[in-house]
Design a binder for this molecule. Sequence first.
Ligand SMILES: NC(=O)C1=CN([C@@H]2O[C@H](COP(=O)(O)OP(=O)(O)OC[C@H]3O[C@@H](n4cnc5c(N)ncnc54)[C@H](OP(=O)(O)O)[C@@H]3O)[C@@H](O)[C@H]2O)C=CC1
Ligand SMILES: Nc1nc(=O)c2c([nH]1)NC[C@@H]1CN(c3ccc(C(=O)N[C@@H](CCC(=O)O)C(=O)O)cc3)C=[N+]21
Length: 285
Amino acid sequence: MTATIINGKEIAEKKRMEIAEEVSKLKKLGVTPGLAVILVGNNHASRTYVTNKEKACKELGMNSVLIELPEEISEQELLSKIEELNMDDQIHGILVQLPIPKHIDEKKVIESISPFKDVDGFHPINIGRMMTGQNAFLPCTPYGIMVLLEETGISVAGKHVVVVGRSNIVGKPVGQLFLNQHATVTYCHSKTKDLKGHTNQADILIAAVGIPNFITAEHVKEGAVVIDVGINRNEAGKLCGDVAFAEVSEKAGYITPVPKGVGPMTITMLMFNTLKSAAESLNRN
Ligand SMILES: NC(=O)C1=CN([C@@H]2O[C@H](COP(=O)(O)OP(=O)(O)OC[C@H]3O[C@@H](n4cnc5c(N)ncnc54)[C@H](OP(=O)(O)O)[C@@H]3O)[C@@H](O)[C@H]2O)C=CC1
Ligand SMILES: Nc1nc(=O)c2c([nH]1)NC[C@@H]1CN(c3ccc(C(=O)N[C@@H](CCC(=O)O)C(=O)O)cc3)C=[N+]21
């Protein structure tokens, strides 16, 4: 079988047009969604993502502010900046670009963001709300994956989903979203025995590992849906995912490429969450 390539960029653009329309409606009510992105230090990759996020905001008619802080900033100074943004009526979403320097406690930082402005969906309140099926900000990459499948017409209920990776930002929440949509979910990680035995059972396989070419044709069942979350650089410095694309696309039914797969959806769902936050702020005031 030759896999159908899921065009994440195209689906992201379609969704962004819908978001832009909602933004303009909200503006007529006097509210312009505003996103604050905090970048600590000078990580090259982080800078690229942050630039993409700002560009997307502008395209959709939203406000964005980039707050660049030096690597050496103290935890207390960062927390004060977040508190200032928590109080700012013009700001509906706050994102602290990860990773942050080691001397700052990441958990403390995430928990200091108002759950009402936590557009990353990383705050324990939003994670708990997601787990119990309540209204919540859903984490952008997992949410983007669900939208990709929905837009492609791939049903989830009853499917066996195998997630490779269990990070708090991708692996764990993506499995939870699939469970919420009635899939049967298996998590694999670095201590998993017989990884191939598990991945070969997958109707839908999610690769969120961070290692180039980690998932090969041998891991994949004929006709499976393969979602590649990885954003890595290969030896040649080229952007690549976790999946050996050429060989796996000979065997899978559907596959997402890198770039132009999951990545553009992550940013789109961030825009969606910022819009959602701005719309909900109207009802609170
Ligand atoms: N497209 C997008 O929008 C985004 C892409 N990414 C990309 O996704 C990838 C994963 O990111 P993230 O979840 O943050 O990464 P982490 O490094 O936090 O997590 C990696 C996971 O992979 C597991 N793992 C590592 N080695 C193996 C192995 N040999 N066998 C099985 N499992 C293994 C780890 O297991 P253990 O828990 O046991 O250590 C861990 O759970 C990265 O390439 C990242 O750049 C991330 C966010 C957004
Ligand atoms: N608080 C926080 N929230 C995040 O959502 C977050 C984060 N920290 N830290 C880093 C990861 C990574 N991430 C990506 C977003 C977009 C692309 C993306 O747009 N990728 C494009 C191409 C990018 C390129 O050309 O370099 C694509 O795959 O087509 C990738 C990766 C968000 N993350």
